[in-house]
Design a protein around this ligand. Structure first.
Ligand SMILES: O=C(O)c1ccccc1NCC(=O)[C@H](O)[C@H](O)COP(=O)(O)O
Length: 205
């Protein structure tokens, strides 16, 4: 089944809801964002994440010291690089990792081959590439990139209504959502449940 990452969680009730609904991964945003949390908050939230559900930290251009402290304190399973980090920088960090790339053209998709990370997350472009925009990009740009299949995480504007079609068209290893499971700027237990159910329903068809 396509794996699911619920990103930008800030409150215990939403972590619990995501885990109960069957999320495979939980994302904590440490980068400047309306969803940013501190290392101590993430450590508290991590108590609600059982073994087997991945804890992924989202960073934008972090220092090695910041990564090391966060990975060990929370603790995290993966580091998600969401800024302008170079392949060399990521390689020297030696953490299990995900590189996020903003997709405007086929060249952006192809640039993924430069990164020796565990996964590549393809997201919508922002103004200065950050994440959590809630805007989808042209999935057509990812079609036919089967070589990425087991490393491909699809993000950007997914929601309970469009995730089924996204899975059919892109066949990602994992789907990632943040805005699409929020109501009035806050995560919604109902939408988290609906999103994960929509992924499961797609697999049953
Ligand atoms: O979510 C944020 O606020 C954020 C801020 C800065 C860098 C990355 C951020 N999010 C990373 C994610 O993995 C999001 O889930 C991904 O961009 C998809 O977001 P959305 O389009 O809102 O579903």
């Amino acid at each position: 089944m396509t794996k699911v990452k619920i990103c930008g969680l800030q409150e215990p009730e939403h972590v619990r809801a995501a885990v109960a609904a069957g999320a495979d991964a939980i994302g904590f945003v440490f980068a400047p964002s309306k969803r940013q949390i501190s290392i101590d908050q993430a450590k508290e939230l991590a108590h609600f994440v059982p073994e087997g559900v991945l804890k992924i930290g989202v960073f934008v251009n972090p220092t090695y010291e910041e990564l090391e402290e966060t990975v060990h304190t929370v603790p995290l399973d993966y580091v998600q690089f969401h800024g302008h980090e170079t392949p060399d920088y990521i390689a020297t960090c030696h953490f299990p990792s995900i590189k996020a790339l903003a997709v405007k053209s086929i060249g952006d998709v192809e640039s993924g081959s430069k990164f020796n990370t565990d996964y590549l997350l393809f997201d919508a472009p922002g103004t200065d590439f950050q994440g959590g925009s809630g805007i989808p990009f042209d999935w057509q740009l990812l079609q036919g990139h089967g070589i990425l299949e087991n490393r491909l995480i699809l993000a950007g504007g997914l929601n309970p209504t469009n995730v089924g079609e996204a899975i059919i068209r892109v066949k990602p290893y994992m789907v990632d959502v943040s805005s699409g499971v929020e109501k009035n700027g806050r995560k919604s237990n109902e939408l988290i449940k609906a999103f994960i159910q929509a992924v499961k329903d797609e697999e049953r068809l």
